[in-house]
Structure formats: structure tokens, C-alpha cells
Write a protein that binds this ligand. Structure first.
Ligand code: IMP
Ligand code: MG
Length: 202
């Protein structure tokens, strides 16, 4: 089945947003951008589970092809949304953190996440790795960044105060799945990114 056929066969999927080919192109250009700054010295890629799993493994291999061979991998896990699509106006929430499983003191780190939405998750992780774990430098890389339509003042302030260093693609303010991204743990293994019809998951 091709991408369009998979979407058409599933009434809960609205449409394809990024094809496999588009994903490959974006990941490889992100890797070249990162390599420009980091080719000279070793660093850690820390993937945020579970959403960044496919992005991290693709990015790590593209980084190698772009000349970054001294790359180490680890993971970190947070719990934020649970099994539901976020409700409008929902903003502040606590973030539970597990991992990474290696010592990060004095390391240069790039945190890798699937999507920047309100920005609370990655901002909290960046603070944690820098301040609590004592990394020397922490940059952030997201595959997708959402263009929020009507952010609350609190969310707008959060997004203004936290920018990801590397962004693969910007997406509309909809719930997207595939390439690691889920809704209620479904669709992570779609090889492309699609928009879901949110009414099926409320
Ligand atoms: P933030 O703190 O609002 O930036 O939350 C970001 C996290 O929420 C991401 O790491 C994703 O796990 C999840 N998330 C946000 N938007 C989406 C989406 O459209 N699809 C799937 N997961 C999402
Ligand atoms: Mg996530």
C-alpha cells in the first residue's frame, strides 16, 4: 500500500502531511546543519522516548554520513500528555523524567524530540540535563515544530522564551501522527506523517 492508500483506508486519518521522501530530505539537511557546528568534537544525542525513536535513529545515521562519527546515543523519557489529545487551554503540567542512563556531566548534548508543541517538555529537559546533570552544553533538535494558532498568554510566553536550535519542519496546529508520533499509542510506526481527525480521539 502507498501512503495515500493507507490514509484513505483509515477513517481516523485526514491526510498525509509529510511523505517518506520529504522526511528523508529534511532529516538529511538537519544532519548537515548539525554537522557544520559539531563535526570537530564528540557529543551525545539524547532521544526523548518514545516519540523521537525513529527520528533519532535516522538522524544519527545521517550525522555519520555528514562526517560526525564520534556520536554517542542515549535516551530520556518524560510523561506529559498521557493517552489523550490535549484539551484547548491546557498549559502548565508537571513533567516526570527518567534517564539518561549514562553520566552527562561535562558532555556536549543535543536533545532530540519528535515535536515542539507548547514547549514545556523540551524546556524542562534542557534545564534538567544542563543544571541537574551538569552537561557542558545542551542544544535541542526537533523534527517538527507546531505553529500554534491561538496560544494562551502563558503558552505564547513559553514559546517565545524557548526556541529549538534545529527544526526539521513546521506543521499546522493539528494533532499529527506517524514517524514516532502517536495518538493513544497508535500510528507510531506509520513511515510518514499524517494529520488525524481529532474527533475520533477525544
Ligand atoms: P510540549 O510540552 O507541549 O511541547 O509537548 C511536546 C510533547 O507532546 C511531544 O514530545 C510529543 O510527545 C507530544 N505531542 C505534542 N503534539 C503532538 C502531536 O501533534 N502528535 C503527537 N504527539 C504530540
Ligand atoms: Mg514526546
Amino acid at each position: 500500500m502507498n501512503e495515500q492508500q493507507i490514509c484513505a483506508a483509515d477513517p481516523r486519518l485526514e491526510r498525509v502531511l509529510l511523505t517518506q521522501e520529504e522526511i528523508r530530505t529534511r532529516v538529511s539537511s538537519l544532519a548537515r546543519e548539525i554537522a557544520e557546528r559539531h563535526r570537530q568534537a564528540p557529543f551525545y544525542l539524547i532521544g526523548v522516548l518514545k516519540g523521537a525513536c525513529f527520528f533519532l535513529t535516522d538522524l544519527a545515521r545521517e550525522l555519520c554520513l555528514a562526517g560526525c562519527t564520534e556520536v554517542r546515543l542515549d535516551f530520556i523519557r518524560t510523561s506529559t500528555y498521557g493517552n489523550e489529545v490535549k484539551k484547548n487551554g491546557e498549559a502548565a503540567r508537571s513533567v516526570r523524567i527518567e534517564g539518561p542512563w549514562t553520566e552527562m556531566a561535562g558532555q556536549r548534548v543535543i536533545l532530540v524530540d519528535d515535536i515542539l508543541d507548547q514547549g514545556f517538555t523540551l524546556a524542562a529537559l534542557r534545564r534538567h540535563v544542563l543544571t541537574t546533570l551538569g552537561a557542558e552544553q545542551v542544544e535541542t533538535c526537533v523534527f517538527l515544530e507546531k505553529d500554534l494558532r491561538h496560544p494562551s498568554p502563558e503558552v505564547a510566553a513559553q514559546r517565545a522564551s524557548f526556541k529549538a536550535d534545529y527544526v526539521g519542519a513546521r506543521v499546522p496546529d493539528r494533532w499529527v501522527v506517524g514517524y514516532g508520533l502517536d495518538v493513544a499509542e497508535l500510528y507510531r510506526s506509520l513511515p510518514f506523517v499524517a494529520i488525524v481527525k481529532e474527533e475520533h480521539f477525544r
